[in-house]
Each structure stands twice: as C-alpha cells, then as structure tokens.
Design a protein. Structure first.
Length: 293
C-alpha cells in the first residue's frame, strides 16, 4: 500500500494529535498521505487535501480515527469505492476498530508488511417510497430502524419478504440489521448475535405489543418491505443511528443488500469472538461512541 487517507473525528482532539503522529510516520516511509477536505480544512496537518470523490479514488486504505460511529460514517462514504477501512479506536467501545492508539504503530507495521486480511461486511440500502415515488435513499452498515416518536402511541408495521406478506408488528418499531449490526441496537432489542461471516439479515421488533413476535433471520439476498400503518406521522427512519428521515403513514420502506461491501482490516490473530468477549462482556459502552465523522 502506497497511499493512505485519514478519516478523522475532528471533535476529538486526541484524534487530530494522533493523525499528526501517524502522518509523519507514514511519510518517513515514503507513503503518500491524503486528507478529506471537509474534515481538515482548518486543521494544521500535513498532507494533500481532497474533496470526497477524489479522496476515495486516490487512497489504498483509510485510517479512521474516532469511535465506532466514525467508522460507520466512513463505511457509508468510502465503501462504494471499495476503500478498505482500518479503525483506530478513539472512543469507548471500539467494536469495529482494528487497533487502539497504544498499539497503532505495531498494527500499521503489520499492515505495511501485508500481515492482515480484509473482512467483507454486508451493507444495506434503504429506499422510502411515498405515494409511489422514491423520496429518500441511504446506506447502512449496522442497521436501519423504523420507530415511533416520543409519544407512547403504537405504530403497526406491515412487513413483506420478497413480496410475500410475513407479519404486521404492533409496537414501537422495527430493526433490520446486518450481522455487523447484530451487536448494536438489535442486540439491545433482544435480537441474536451473528458472526459477520454469516450471510443473513436480522429483523427485530422493538417492544412488540404481542407475545408471539420474535427476531427473524433471513438470507441476505432477500428484500424486506415495510408499510407504515398509523394514525399519526410522528415516525422516523434512522440509518446506523446517525442519519434520520421523517416518515408518514402509508410510506413504504424497501431494504435490500447494497451492491458492495465494507472492507474492514483485521490483523492476523484477531477474531470476532475475541472482540465479542473483550468489548461486550468485559467492556463498557458509552453514548460517545455514536459519533459522526
């Protein structure tokens, strides 16, 4: 790898300091360094600044400095161009990160030596149709969520899989999650944990007002469609907990796998079960991890 891009959570001062150190380290080894213009225009960092489209085309690997939320944002921005992502955990959970600040230099040394692999992670594409017309589309690495507003009023979500009616969920909402997102909101709502190597999508109801509603795992190539049945419009669609779109009664939400995957760097010796054990069983979660890039 010859060219490295930096995707930085500029709200974290430590991320900027670490970026400066890593840029110097890479440049000393003859590597090209590129910065994303919108993130770094007023930061005193060496490296060529590029707009988003050129940035994605120029780099061999993106170093993502922030929490899991920053990596989610980077995945949505850079995965369509096939850019591999190496997360450096500047947050609290760091479930998707490859390295911590304390071991980033040894980790980068391994990457330069080719001692790593790329994990392909399923991404979802969601489209909202209103009166037969598409009004919104977005990507997600973790999940898309349809949920009611702040008032305690149920919504009913009529759900179809591959065009076949499956169920109508009365409750607070519905989560459609990837295996990567199985350890996020879906897990909190009672959904199963899936190894990211598995090829599937999880449908998890949120506080269903019925005794029979359970999470459902379907093949990743199947399409989920949700029609909103409600007598109010206090309903929201969110993608990865970061991007929101207000929904209305009668809207149809279509969710399918994206035509590309996120590529996350994993060092040799790292495993999903190791991360699961250390992050979820022994670690602590903070809302600070839900940062935007």
């Amino acid at each position: 790898m010859q060219s490295f891009g930096f995707y930085i959570n500029r709200k974290k001062a430590a991320a900027t300091l670490l970026a400066r150190e890593l840029i110097a380290w890479l440049q000393q080894r003859g590597k090209e360094v590129f910065l994303l213009q919108r993130q770094t225009r007023d930061l005193d960092l060496p490296g060529q600044r590029l707009e988003a489209e050129d940035f994605a085309r120029q780099i061999d690997l993106a170093l993502v400095l922030g929490g899991d939320g920053t990596l989610l944002a980077a995945a949505r921005a850079l995965s369509p161009a096939g850019v591999p992502l190496m997360g450096v955990n500047m947050g609290h959970l760091g479930f998707l990160a490859t390295a911590e600040p304390a071991n980033i230099i040894p980790a980068l040394t391994k990457v330069l030596a080719g001692e790593f692999c790329l994990d392909d992670r399923l991404m979802l594409e969601v489209c909202v149709f209103r009166k037969g017309r598409e009004v919104y589309s977005y990507l997600a690495l973790n999940e898309i969520v349809v949920t009611k507003g702040a008032f305690a009023r149920l919504i009913r979500l009529q759900t179809f899989i591959n065009g076949e009616y499956y169920a109508t969920y009365p409750g607070d909402g519905l989560i459609v999650a990837t295996p990567t997102g199985s350890t996020a909101y879906s897990l909190s709502a009672g959904g199963p944990i899936m190894n990211p190597k598995l090829q599937g999508v999880i449908i998890t109801p949120i506080c269903p007002h019925t005794l029979s509603s359970r999470s459902l795992v379907i093949p990743e190539e199947e399409r989920v469609e949700i029609t909103i049945k409600a007598d109010h419009n206090k309903i929201m669609l969110t993608c990865d907990g970061q991007q929101g779109f207000p929904l209305e009664a009668g809207d149809r939400i279509a969710v399918c796998r994206a035509p590309f995957r996120a590529k996350l760097v994993r060092l040799r010796g790292q495993s999903f079960y190791q991360v699961l054990r250390t992050r979820l069983q022994e670690g602590a979660f903070s809302e600070d991890d839900k940062d935007e890039g």
